[in-house]
Design a protein around this ligand. Sequence first.
Ligand code: KIV
Ligand code: ZN
Length: 529
Amino acid sequence: MTDTTKTASEQDRVLIFDTTLRDGEQSPGATMTHDEKLEIAALLDEMGVDIIEAGFPIASEGDFEAVSAIARQSKNATICGLARANYKDIDRCWEAVRHAKSPRIHTFIGTSPLHRAIPNLDMDQMAERIHDTVSHARNLCDNVQWSPMDATRTEHDYLCRVVEIAIKAGATTINIPDTVGYTAPRESADLIRMLVERVPGADTIVFATHCHNDLGMATANALAAVEAGARQIECTINGLGERAGNTALEEVVMALKVRNDIMPYRTGVDSTKIMNISRKVATVSGFPVQFNKAIVGKNAFAHESGIHQDGMLKNAQTFEIMRPADVGLADTSLVMGKHSGRAALRAKLKDLGYDLADNQLNDVFVRFKALADRKKEVYDDDIVALIQDQVTSAEHDTLQLKRLRVVCGTDGPQEAEMTLSVEGVDHAIDATGDGPVDAAFNAVKMIYPHHAKLHLYQVHAVTEGTDAQATVSVRLEEDGKIATGQAADTDTVVASVKAYVNALNRLIHRRQKSAPGADTKDVHYSSHA
Ligand code: KIV
Ligand code: ZN
């Protein structure tokens, strides 16, 4: 887009729109609590994200409360809420975001033939709906984003027509979603270029790109759209999102930074905050980052082969296109042990991106000492696992594991002796099972009967060695609602039970929070005026 009224520097600026708390939270099992959402929003704001899509206010009371609280706490970022193409959604959205210093309403409707068929609107009826709803939003808020959902499968002439209507009705940002992750880089660029060239008024608004990753091309598609004139990238931390996820924030930010020679655009994001927020989102969403994930994966800066290690020692640039410090990874690998004191732990935590208050530090210190007693060397990853474990277990949780002892070995059945506190009251029980984990999970079910089904049970060793901590992820499903739990411990069975209990607590929390029939997962992308 060549807008001659803008300086070169303004034209190169790409806005980062983070939708971890809306699109990201829509991935099955990634539900976050109110406090977790607030904490993530604060980190996004601090790292320089331009727009935070904080949720879908009409979806549930919980979503509404979270968006309102984020709107009130935001210091710099624009706070946006999502609304379908009807007045009720838009009014509710405005109620939630209006407290922000800079509020935005984001309203959308599916414009492709498949999506037009759902509310059973013909092209003219849909065009009228778009005009009415965008005008309504604009009467409430002077910052309105409009999205033709499934834009990449919408007829070009119709897409140009409805984009023009939305601009005339007052939209200030037009987002072009590749809802099903179907497009490819050249096509993504051509689509934006066509809109810029053909739609009257295109030079008065910002085009955004919103790409899903079903074919693994989300980041490439988003960057191609920027080269064609889009100036807002919609993305999520760790690429969290529906199905295969979205464009990953860390990927676009680092790609624009590292390849500024061929993509001369800038973002306002402080890349050194990336690692910290990535870890946080992995913990609270229960979606661990795959080891080989670009930028934030455990192996992204690890060099295993002799040739690579030799090259790295001579000159880091031989095999690294960015420095670990650029994304907030500490260079030093100061190994901690049982003689390390509170000050050393505080310094180490700071290096790792965790600035803890004194009482939190005390807690972590006690747990660090207990770990150091059991484990010779405590590595950075051990400390991160410790912190993450602390984040996932809250004092006010309904269920808390108090004691566990298992008997395992070649002669089954294996046994578990457990004390579990339910709403502050301790219950003890003995259970058997097919292996110690099964026995322990059976004990939880006997003390706290439920019909949640186990969908995923995954164990990872945090570091090497038989004394390594294990991090365990558990995903449970109950009546169509999914919750994921995580925990870490040097004892794999203890970590497993803590993760199971953590997932159950999240399900209980969701049961208590969501208004009947009004959960985000139940809101389909249909429209009712
Ligand atoms: O993928 C999509 O189309 C969306 C819209 C709601 C913008 O998330
Ligand atoms: Zn999406």
